[in-house]
Ligand binder design. Structure first.
Ligand code: ADP
Length: 709
């Protein structure tokens, strides 16, 4: 047990009697030791209070008016726990004491009071002060605690405010995110780890053709069956691997329409990296995809059609629709007699093609008469979509691969005629062709129709050409036979006429008129002879017997001889010949070479009706012999020059001037020259004249340069 600190009582009094009696009374306190310190004045007392920290101060009333009052208030203000002040008064001075009590003095005691009384008063004062101090301490502790509570409350308010702000920002961000997700043009979904939809935006709901609410809390397989199960498998892969799957092309049937989308699946994690689920982004690419499919089909069909203009490629054309637009397709054509024929039956799985051909063959269609949709389309030229009665069989009789789910029968229209029908079928249950797909099928039908029309007209042209060729052949055969038949009697006729004429000119047995008539007969018979010779050339050309021999022929001699022969008969024309003195030898058939020069010379005279110079030039040019015949006649229109050497071709200006001819001479010239290994060409200016130039290989002493044909 600790001994309590002895109490210190400060007596402020200048009176020795006071100090003696109080020291005695207090020192003798049996309950508690007490030390009495003394101060005579107020300032001393204050000093001692600071140093000694007395438990009680007893102030003599003798100091009351002066230092006592000052001391009391100084003690109150200067010390944190001022000691209680007891006023020591003489008996009868109680009034003063009561006044002092009002000014802060704790208690008073009378001088000369019983020691117990004195000690009790002091003890009370000290205990009351201690109690007051303790109360003060408690008050202060309470105040501190209240202040702390206030601080805490303020802190809490601050936190709450902060939290409110954070929540507000978060709500704003969520609202923004909601708006973004809901107004995004792409489908967005979030699924939890159990593959249940947690969030689905409007775009995706629209693509899936289900309201948003129908998705929430459910797995795709519960909503979309097999397709949903496939979807879930992708999610599961992402959940297992934690890796995203990006831009997967998917295709689904939505209310019968085939829709296409690009889907991406991403793992979604919280800030600590824990997998929360899987996010899905879906972009609808149906429009782009459909147009791509359409273009691809038409381009592929276009190149097939361009490569072979034959109706037998129509099966391959139908195949371009597989697999996106059809599972099988048929082409029926109307024969020229109006009957339908099945031209192509193509199936994605070729093993079904035979069966397909059976079900759609023309006879089976004919059983249902006009009522069959294909027959109707061909008759009316209008597309039919999902027409009933396409297959005339009992549904059960058909394998699944032939059961139509949706179909289009498009007419094959070309140049205003319906040539047949293209039938396109998808067996995908629930599918229905939409407008864009029908448009592609109709375009394909149109292209098939154009090909068919072209093939028809090609066939017609071929038939017409074959007929024309046969007619030409018959004509040539007739001409050849006729010419041969005419040749002998004409030779006899001409020989006898010439004999008669020679005689008549020698013995004048006929008069002048008859002699002239006889000359006309001879001249016309000779003309007829030339015509027959030309006709025979035609048949020789056909049989390749025009040039027979290969002997050295002097072109100079041929040219000068023919010039000489013609000169006496000419009135308006002058023939000039320009050639070297030595022979210009070529390998040929003399008769045919004469024919070449003769034809060119004859034309030069004939096509210069106003006369003028006709020049023949023969020369050597390196290892070639060159013969040219020039005139100053009507010339040839430039545009017609390329066709000049064609058989039966006649220039328009010759026709216009009614200059007679068959258009055969130049053809014969070219045939002869080319068969001798040479060339012939023409230069001409319409209205000024023409030059025909023949080039032939010079004769060499060795074997003939050109083999006999
Ligand atoms: P033809 O003279 O019997 O009509 P050709 O085959 O000899 O037949 O000639 C073909 C065509 O070439 C002639 O019809 C004529 O238009 C043209 N032609 C030929 N030679 C000449 C020429 N020297 N001047 C102008 N036109 C010519």
């Amino acid at each position: 047990m600790t001994t309590p600190r002895p109490r210190i009582v400060l007596l402020v009094s200048a009176s020795v009697a006071d100090s003696d009696s109080l020291q005695r009374d207090l020192a003798d306190d049996p309950d508690q030791a007490c030390t009495v310190a003394l101060a005579e004045r107020g300032d001393q007392a204050l000093e001692q209070c600071r140093d000694l920290r007395p438990d009680c101060v007893i102030v003599s009333d003798t100091l009351l008016d002066t230092e006592g009052a000052a001391l009391t208030s100084a003690l109150q203000t200067e010390l944190p726990l001022p000691p209680p002040v007891i006023l020591l008064v003489d008996a009868g001075n109680e009034t003063i004491a009561h006044q002092a009590l009002r000014r802060g003095v704790y208690d008073y005691m009378l001088r000369g009071a019983a020691p117990e009384r004195i000690r009790l008063t002091v003890r009370n004062a000290i205990e009351a002060a201690a109690l007051r101090a303790s109360l003060e301490q408690q008050r202060q502790a309470l105040a501190a605690s209240v202040a702390q509570q206030a601080d805490l409350a303020a802190e809490r308010d601050k936190l709450a405010q902060k939290e409110g702000e954070t929540r507000r920002l978060m709500n704003e961000a969520l609202a923004l995110l909601d708006t973004l997700i809901d107004s995004a043009p792409i489908g967005i979904a979030f699924a939890d780890r159990d593959r249940r939809f947690v969030r689905v935006n409007r775009a995706l709901a629209l693509m899936n053709a289900r309201p948003v609410e129908e998705h929430l809390g459910r797995c795709p397989s519960e909503i979309f069956g097999d397709i949903g199960a496939a979807w879930e498998r992708w999610w599961q892969t992402v959940l297992t691997t934690g890796e995203p799957i990006v831009n997967l092309e998917v295709s689904i049937l939505v209310f019968g329409r085939r829709e296409y989308a690009l889907a991406s699946y991403y793992p979604v994690r919280d800030v600590d990296g824990n997998l929360l689920g899987v996010g899905t982004l879906v972009t609808d690419i149906s429009e782009r995809k459909r147009s791509e499919i359409g273009q691809r089909v038409l381009a592929a069909a276009g190149s097939i059609l361009a490569a072979s203009p034959d109706a037998c490629v129509l099966g391959d054309v139908v195949r371009t629709l597989f697999p996106d637009l059809a599972d099988y397709g048929l082409v029926h054509l109307r024969s020229p007699r109006g009957e339908l024929q099945l031209l192509a039956a193509a199936h994605r799985e070729r093993e079904f093609e035979a069966q397909l051909a059976t079900w759609f063959d023309a006879e089976r269609l004919a059983v249902s008469g006009e009522a069959h949709p294909i027959t109707r389309v061909v008759a009316e030229g209008q597309t039919l979509r999902d027409a009933p009665g396409l297959i005339t069989a009992e549904a059960g009789a058909l394998p699944e691969q032939l059961q139509p789910a949706t179909s289009v029968i498009a007419p094959l229209l070309a140049h205003g005629r319906c040539l047949g029908a293209l039938t396109v079928v998808s067996v995908e249950q629930g599918r229905q062709y939409i407008g864009e797909e029908v448009a592609v099928i109709e375009e394909l039908a149109r292209r098939c129709a154009l090909l068919t029309a072209a093939a028809y007209s090609y066939q017609e042209v071929r038939q017409a050409r074959a007929a024309a060729e046969s007619a030409v052949e018959q004509r040539d055969r007739f001409i050849s036979t006729a010419a041969h038949e005419l040749k002998t009697p004409l030779a006899v006729l001409l020989g006898n006429a010439q004999l008669l004429l020679r005689r008549a000119e020698q013995d004048f047995s006929l008069d002048a008129v008859n002699r002239r008539n006889l000359r006309i007969i001879v001249a016309q018979a000779q003309r007829l002879n030339r015509l027959i010779a030309t006709l025979l050339d035609v048949s020789r050309l056909e049989s390749g017997r025009l040039v027979s021999a290969r002997v050295p022929v002097d072109l100079c001699r041929v040219a000068s001889q023919l010039a000489e022969e013609h000169t006496p008969t000419l009135i308006r024309h002058v023939i000039s010949v320009d050639m070297p003195d030595e022979p210009v030898l070529v390998a040929g058939d003399e008769l045919r070479l004469e024919q070449v020069v003769q034809n060119l010379l004859h034309n030069a005279i004939k096509y210069s009706p106003r006369g003028g110079e006709v020049q023949i030039v023969v020369r050597r040019d390196k290892n070639e012999a060159v013969l040219s015949v020039s005139d100053q006649g009507i010339g040839i229109p430039e545009a017609e020059l390329p066709r000049l050497f064609q058989r039966y071709f006649r220039a328009s200006n010759a026709e216009a001037r009614q200059i007679g001819g068959m258009g055969f001479g130049l053809f014969v010239v070219r045939e002869i020259v080319e068969s001798l290994g040479g060339t012939v060409e023409v230069q001409s200016v319409e209205g000024s004249g023409s030059t025909f130039t023949v080039r032939l290989p010079l004769w060499t002493s060795g074997p003939a340069l050109v083999p006999a044909s």
